[in-house]
Design a protein around this ligand. Structure first.
Ligand code: HEM
Length: 472
């Protein structure tokens, strides 16, 4: 009855909303969501209600896409309508001083200026391999803090590529600032938080000392961090460019290249200032935590599937020899099909951005007879769902880690959906793929990963404690 009431009120042009769980008055479906693992709730709804599901978080519409087929139909084929972000995310961005990040900007000229897709260029490779070797050294020194080393590895690569900025091998202060900022981002930039803060704007005015107002404290911290994170590495590049002798010989980086292109493009000071601001903000968007999380998933798989690890190591040994006279390198990649399959399976097995970043519809739409609301509507892509990463037709026995499924020459299982869809597809996917190869092939060449005594996790990873958020 409530759903029908809502439909009538908003004029759905005679079309029903997609099916979904019955909402409660006022809160909608907010109460039923597992806050630590929201992707499990969404995929359960997918199993119950189908490939496209409608739910409501307070007054906000949430359309959950549970199948790759529908994601491609809407986000790829109708990308003119589905490439923006939900407007209420803007409130959260402003509150958490994160308005520089292109990831959450609406589809606009401002976003276009800031979207720098990092191509699969070979010039990044020596940087990635160097950092992979440093990762190995760090792991040898203190393997118990592998998460910190994965994070140092992923972020140092971005810092090198973007700014030619050298991070200290361990305990780098700047890296710690980014980590703190990322921890807050991951926690707050998701539809459930946005819906809550939009519904109760008064919450943003709570005094920071109040128990339970941790998000106000986070916002204060983030305000302090944001300017350092955006300005400091950018100034580093500009200083290097200014002090390089002869002029124009500063070490290349994505930012210095963009600034050089800008200097050629315009002599107008006003236009140059706008472009420079765009470059600065775009470069600060790249500190995604997803590579770190993916490496944690890889380690989990190696512990749970020793036979996969053994086969992967045998493949590496067959190329470089068992005596470790040399470590694997880029030229070996084409001869390591099983390693490549392990990387693909790691990305598929537990997608680390299981709900991606919410899209939104610019205009209302009708799809397969269903009404899709515009504007305040979150379009969530549930990559963990039954018809995406857990599709038993495409990936038989989907909860198991089986790299072999990616080795079929006839029908290799595509996993590109883990990087999102349409015009908002992940800008760093090629860099991520290469970083994963560099880290994974070196870890497997040097270490044997084993289950610690008393560690009791099943083959489907049941018993793992996940952390919820933008990435898990
Ligand atoms: C395994 C690693 C990674 C995964 C699984 C991943 C996944 C994703 C996903 C699902 C999205 C949302 C796409 C959409 O809205 O449809 C995204 C966006 C994005 N990713 Fe990644 N990502 C990874 C690594 C990276 C890295 C290393 C970088 C930076 C170099 C990066 C930069 C971005 C940016 C800038 C966006 C926002 C695009 C926009 O809307 O403007 N990602 N990523």
């Amino acid at each position: 009855v409530v759903v029908q009431f809502l439909q009538k009120k908003r004029n759905t042009k005679g079309h029903p909303l997609p099916p979904g769980p019955p909402p409660l008055p006022f809160v909608g479906n907010a109460i039923g969501i597992d806050t630590d693992r929201p992707w499990l709730t969404y995929s359960k709804w997918g199993t119950e209600y189908g490939e496209i599901v409608y739910s409501r978080l307070f007054s906000q519409d949430v359309v959950i896409i549970n199948s790759e087929r529908i994601a491609r139909d809407l986000l790829d084929r109708r990308s003119h309508n589905y490439s923006t972000r939900p407007p209420e995310l803007k409130d959260v961005l402003d509150f958490f001083s994160h308005d520089y990040s292109s990831t959450f900007l609406p589809y606009s000229d401002k976003w276009r200026l800031r979207y720098i897709p990092l191509k699969a260029v070979t010039s990044f490779r020596p940087i990635q391999m160097r950092h992979a070797h440093r990762l190995i050294i760090n792991l040898l020194a203190s393997s118990e803090v592998y998460g910190t080393h994965f994070y140092t590895f992923s972020t140092s690569i971005i810092m090198s590529i973007m700014y030619d900025y050298a991070i200290a091998p361990i305990d780098d202060t700047f890296l710690k600032l980014i980590q703190r900022s990322l921890e807050i981002d991951i926690k707050v930039f998701r539809p459930e938080v946005a819906a809550f803060l939009t519904e109760f704007p008064i919450l943003k005015k709570l005094p920071a000392w109040l128990p339970g107002a941790s998000f106000v404290r986070d916002a204060i911290v983030q305000r302090t961090l944001a300017s350092t994170i955006v300005d400091m590495p950018f100034e580093h590049v500009k200083n290097n460019m200014a002090s390089s002798k002869p002029a124009g010989t500063a070490a290349p980086s994505v930012v210095s290249n963009a600034l050089n292109r800008m200097l050629v493009k315009t002599e107008d000071e006003g236009e140059a200032a706008v472009l420079e601001e765009g470059i600065k903000e775009a470069s600060a968007t790249g500190y995604a935590g997803s590579t770190t999380s993916t490496l944690c998933i890889f380690l989990l798989a190696m512990v749970l599937y020793p036979e996969v690890q053994a086969r992967a190591q045998a493949e590496i040994d067959s190329i470089i020899g068992e005596t470790l006279e040399r470590l694997p390198d880029w030229d070996d990649r084409a001869s390591l099909p099983y390693i490549n399959a392990v990387i693909l399976e790691t990305l598929r097995w537990f997608p680390v951005a299981p709900l991606g970043v919410a899209h939104a519809a610019v205009n209302e739409d009708i799809y397969e007879g269903y009404y899709i609301p515009k504007g305040q509507s979150n379009i969530i892509i549930s990559s963990y769902a039954r018809f995406m990463s857990r599709n038993p037709d495409k990936y038989p026995n989907p909860s198991r880690f089986i790299p072999e499924r990616h080795m079929s020459k006839v029908n290799p299982a595509d996993i590109s959906f883990v990087f999102g869809f349409g015009r908002r597809v992940c800008a760093g996917r090629h860099v991520a793929d290469a970083s994963l190869f560099a880290a994974i092939v070196n870890i497997l060449a040097v270490f044997r990963v084993e289950r610690a005594p008393g560690w009791n996790i099943g083959p489907d990873a049941e018993g793992v404690k996940w952390t919820g958020g933008l990435t898990t």
